[in-house]
Design a protein around this ligand. Structure first.
Ligand code: SF4
Ligand code: SF4
Length: 156
């Protein structure tokens, strides 16, 4: 998460992160091998390789109810180390999506109450201070960060 802009109080009240409805399963990030190895005794999670990373299929079953990320502890939050945590999680609610010309572009999830429209100038300042370059250089290392455009996001 973009901790420099997000208020811990807003996040604590919202708690929308790290839990995925079935229709949002495409938003589950890709994980490094060291993280998915921790799921070896949990056959309910189906895992498949995607480039150098791994995708986890969450067990929606017949109830189709929202599922937490397997690395979420409901009391303490994310249990992965900073090295294992997907880069996508560290920059949430920013994502990289393809624009109308098929090029990678930065987008913001418009359902995050932690970054409201009046905060966009501040967010852009943060991007201009080096974050934009960092995100695009991560994309070169990890193409799984690029997602198709979804209307829940606005281009930055
Ligand atoms: S959606 Fe936004 S406000 Fe809600 S928990 Fe996630 S980062 Fe925090
Ligand atoms: S890896 Fe951590 S931060 Fe990312 S979705 Fe899972 S619990 Fe949340």
């Amino acid at each position: 998460m973009l901790k420099t802009l997000l208020s811990p109080d807003t996040c604590a009240e919202c708690r929308n992160c790290c839990i995925f409805e079935e229709k949002s399963a495409w938003e589950v990030p890709a994980f490094p091998e060291s993280a998915v190895r921790k799921l070896k005794d949990k056959p309910e999670y189906k895992i498949r390789k995607d480039g150098t990373k791994f995708r986890i299929e969450l067990p929606y079953g017949e109830t189709h109810s929202a599922q937490p990320c397997p690395f979420l502890n409901s009391q303490t939050g994310c249990t992965l180390s900073p090295e294992e945590k997907p880069f996508a999680c560290s920059v949430w609610p920013i994502r990289i999506m393809t624009d109308s010309c098929g090029r990678p572009a930065l987008t913001l999830y418009n359902g995050c109450p932690g970054i409201t429209s009046d905060m966009i100038p501040e967010l852009k300042k943060l991007l201009d201070s080096g974050l934009r370059e960092r995100i695009f250089s991560e994309l070169k290392r990890d193409p799984t960060l690029l997602l198709p455009y979804h209307p829940n996001y606005i281009f930055l």
